[in-house]
Design a protein around this ligand. Structure first.
Ligand code: AMP
Length: 288
């Protein structure tokens, strides 16, 4: 396991592997690694000959300086965890390595895919930051495949758009959301929840399950959304959004008649959390 800090070192380390015809797998992260990240690293390990994990808290995707300052940084533990899950190389650059003096270029994905949900709440700079850093990391690593988590569903849609539009030669793989045993989606931000807020945070996954339960009982999207909102309200949580949306376009839907996601974002105490699930249509009457 090696840690590299510069793009030049990274390319030097990978060149002989690539020349030998080895497949490079890549997992981009912001560190503070947990089981969600490790599941992606294991998947990359299973599907590649050499696995690169990046650990970079990308300043350009944070709309809130306090959130950036409070973001957990645990590099030593991250390196050990990444190695234990099968990483060969950790790429952990300083911001100046990716954003050189005079930096003036960014990647923007326009339209509803970046203007809704996280884009609406965090401002348009958020997905510019994500699209730019993912592009730069993919150019630096040059992987055959890169693994992303379904937990950040809108990010996956944006990354797929970037890869298609720029013709980047990489396969995008998506791993399922990993949850705590009680249902809370794992997130690097969970460590900032007080014990009381940690309990209240369960309302997010409960709300998403309530959406599915309502759909199972024949509810349309509006009624299913209301069921989810009621779960959140019971814990005094008013979400930034709770929507049922088309999984490909993220446009709101009126009924669950295709692949639909239920997505939620809410502040629990000082911590902003997001979660989503795939909602499946109710089984036809008689089949239940
Ligand atoms: P982050 O470090 O939060 O930027 O996340 C790095 C990658 O890990 C992204 O592709 C995330 O979607 C993914 N990820 C984060 N949390 C989870 C989770 N609970 N389950 C699966 N993947 C996750």
């Amino acid at each position: 396991m090696r840690i590299v800090r510069t793009v030049a070192e990274l390319r030097d380390a990978l060149a002989p592997r690539r020349a030998a015809g080895e497949r490079v797998g890549f997992v981009p992260t912001m560190g503070a690694l947990h089981e969600g990240h490790l599941s992606l690293i294991r998947a990359a390990r299973a599907g590649s000959d050499v696995v690169v994990v990046s650990v970079f808290v990308n300043p350009t995707q944070f709309n809130d300086p306090a959130d950036l300052a409070a973001y957990p940084r645990t590099e030593e533990a991250d390196v050990a965890l990444a190695a234990s899950a099968g990483a060969d190389l950790v790429f952990a650059p300083e911001p100046a390595e990716l954003y050189p003096h005079g930096y003036a270029t960014s990647v923007t994905v326009t339209g509803p895919v970046t203007e809704s949900l996280e884009g609406a709440q965090r401002g348009r700079g958020h997905f510019d930051g994500v699209a730019t850093v993912v592009t730069k990391l993919l150019l630096a690593v040059g992987p055959d495949a890169a693994w992303f988590g379904a937990k950040d569903a809108q990010q996956v849609v944006v990354v797929r758009r970037v890869v298609a539009d720029l013709g980047l030669p990489v396969r995008i793989e998506v791993g399922p959301t990993v949850r705590e045993p009680d249902g809370l989606a794992m997130s690097s931000r969970n460590v900032r929840l007080s014990p009381a807020d940690r309990t209240r945070a369960l309302a997010l996954s409960r709300a998403l399950r309530a959406v599915q339960a309502a759909v199972d009982c024949g509810a349309d999207a509006a009624a299913a959304r209301a069921a989810g909102l009621a779960e959140l309200a019971a814990d005094g949580i008013e979400p930034e959004y709770l929507v049922l949306a088309d999984a490909g376009t993220l446009e709101p839907v009126e009924s669950v008649d295709r692949r639909v996601l239920a997505l939620v974002a809410a502040r629990v105490g000082p911590v902003r959390l997001i979660d989503n699930v795939t909602v499946t249509p109710a089984a036809p009457t008689g089949a239940r």
